[in-house]
Design a protein around this ligand. Sequence first.
Ligand code: ADP
Ligand code: AMP
Length: 216
Amino acid sequence: MTNVILLGPPGAGKGTQAKRLVQERGMTQLSTGDMLREARSSGSEMGLKVAAVMDAGGLVTDEIVIGLIREKLESGESAGYIFDGFPRTLAQADALGSLLAQMGQKLDAVIEMQVDDAVLVRRISGRYTCGSCGAVYHDETHPTKVAGTCDYCGSTNLVRRADDNEESLRYRLTEYYKKTSPLIGYYHATGDLRRVDALASVDAVAAAISAALEQG
Ligand code: ADP
Ligand code: AMP
C-alpha cells in the first residue's frame, strides 16, 4: 500500500501523472480540484459557494477541502491513494497526517514536480480534458488521436476549464508560492520529499516517479 502526494504548481502535470499511476498500479486518485468541480456542476450549496474563488484562482477554505478528503478516506478501501492538488496549505498537510494516522496508514512519498513558471502558461492555455473520464490532453503536446473524441472512453464531451486563462493562472501561481510551496520544506523535514524533473516528457516523468516510489 503506497500513499503518495503529487506536489507542484498548476500545470506541473499532477493530473496527467496521477492518471498513469491509476492505470499502472490500480491506485486511487484523490483530486480536490475534481471534487470541487463536481460539486459545482451538481449545483450543490457548497459548489455554488466555491465557484467565484475557483474562477479567480484563489484557494477554497481548508475546512471544505479537508472535509472532502475525509469523506473519501472514510468511505473506501484502496490499493493506495494519490493526492493530487491536496494538501495545498500547512493546515491541510497536518490534517492529512492525522487522517492517515487514524486509519493506521502513513504517507510513503511526496513527489515535488519541478517546472519553470515559463512553461506553465503554455501548458495551461493548451489544456483540455475529457468531461466523462477526466483524461488530460494538450493542443500541441498531447492532442486526442481523433479530433474531438477521447482516446480512452470515446466521449465527445471535451472541455476547457473556466480558470485556465492567463489572469487566473497568475493568481494561482501567487497562491502556490505563498501557501503551498512551504510544504516542500515541511516534507523535506519529515523525510518524505522526492524531487522529479517535470519539464521532461510525460513518459520520462512517469519513469522518474516510479523510480522515486521504488526508492521507498
Ligand atoms: P496539473 O494537474 O498539475 O495542473 P496537468 O496534468 O493537467 O497539470 O497538465 C497540464 C497540461 O500540461 C495538460 O494539457 C497536459 O496534457 C500537459 N502536460 C502534462 N505533463 C506534460 C509533460 N511532461 N510535457 C508536456 N506537457 C505536459
Ligand atoms: P486544481 O484542479 O488542482 O488545479 O484546482 C482547481 C481549483 O480548485 C484551485 O485553483 C482552487 O480554487 C481549488 N482547490 C483545489 N484543491 C484545493 C485545495 N487543496 N485547497 C484549496 N483550494 C483547492
